[in-house]
Design a protein around this ligand. Sequence first.
Ligand SMILES: NC(=O)c1ccc[n+]([C@@H]2O[C@H](COP(=O)([O-])OP(=O)(O)OC[C@H]3O[C@@H](n4cnc5c(N)ncnc54)[C@H](OP(=O)(O)O)[C@@H]3O)[C@@H](O)[C@H]2O)c1
Length: 317
Amino acid sequence: MVELLLLLFLVPFLLYVTAPQIRKMLSSGVCTSTVQLPGKVAVVTGANTGIGKETAKELAQRGARVYLACRDMQKGELVAREIQDMTGNQEVLARKLDLSDTKSIRAFAKDFLAQEKHLHILINNAGVMMCPYSKTADGFEMHMGVNHLGHFLLTHLLLERLKESAPSRVVNVSSLAHHLGRIHFHNLQGEKFYNSGLAYCHSKLANILFTQELARRLKGSGVTTYSVHPGTVKSELVRHSSFMRWMWWLFSFFIKTPQQGAQTSLYCALTEGLEILSGNHFSDCHVAWVSAQARNETIARRLWDVSCDLLGLPMDL
Ligand SMILES: NC(=O)c1ccc[n+]([C@@H]2O[C@H](COP(=O)([O-])OP(=O)(O)OC[C@H]3O[C@@H](n4cnc5c(N)ncnc54)[C@H](OP(=O)(O)O)[C@@H]3O)[C@@H](O)[C@H]2O)c1
């Protein structure tokens, strides 16, 4: 009996004490760049929490003017003040951006372009996972609409500034989950069949295909682009699934903190000499393997054209 009680207390206690070390071991990949960013301008979508918040904080720490593009302005303003206080950088600005509404995306871009002459770093970080079937204001399935089409439109609208500010970078936060993704062109909006888990995977595959096609089209422009798997990170991403919330809680000792999860985005945004790897996918601050679908140039080109069509954008940059 004493042994059992000891075990019951000892195991959780040992886990608690060793958790930081175990987590550190499992989360290799640290952005070691010492690049400072005075005079540089960055936009981070979904920067009010999780990985986006930590990414924005580090960019602000290095002296950049950072736009927190958030759908909830109350949360955005709070976090902007928090980052200002922590870093001493007053140029951390919250702006309204709802990626599930193209009007909001266009309004954000219009204000940004009117206000800023430069954009050096765009981090397309915001994301939703495992939402019950729903549509954006423009009738797109929510995962494809927010995670892919929303960022696709935002990037297009800001592209001239990125080109004018070259060398500049676009980082698209994707996921290892893309391995299960497929681009079903006949069912892009999930109207024929829908699974919330797979819908997330499809949209994350779209992030990688977009990155590769964008890199091809921007070759020689001085704008480079990278897709990222941040790792498994303790964040609010699992909010729509009680099963995933439970899993995240169960393994919370081992999964990355948002600060650790931000490292690969920061690595791709900051590391000098990375231009040659434009279009690649990164995980733990290294080039990572992607699925066969994600390497398919025909699918990437077709997805580009279909996305332009859905958003009323010209197909050529
Ligand atoms: N966590 C992981 O294990 C993991 C693994 C692989 C990939 N990722 C990717 O990492 C990225 C960041 O996720 P996270 O883990 O930090 O999740 P998170 O804590 O849930 O943060 C997601 C952010 O996206 C914002 N967002 C959601 N819908 C939006 C919309 N319509 N318009 C504008 N912003 C919107 C959220 O805003 P609100 O706070 O207002 O909802 C929040 O700021 C995502 O792209 C995700 O797919 C995460």
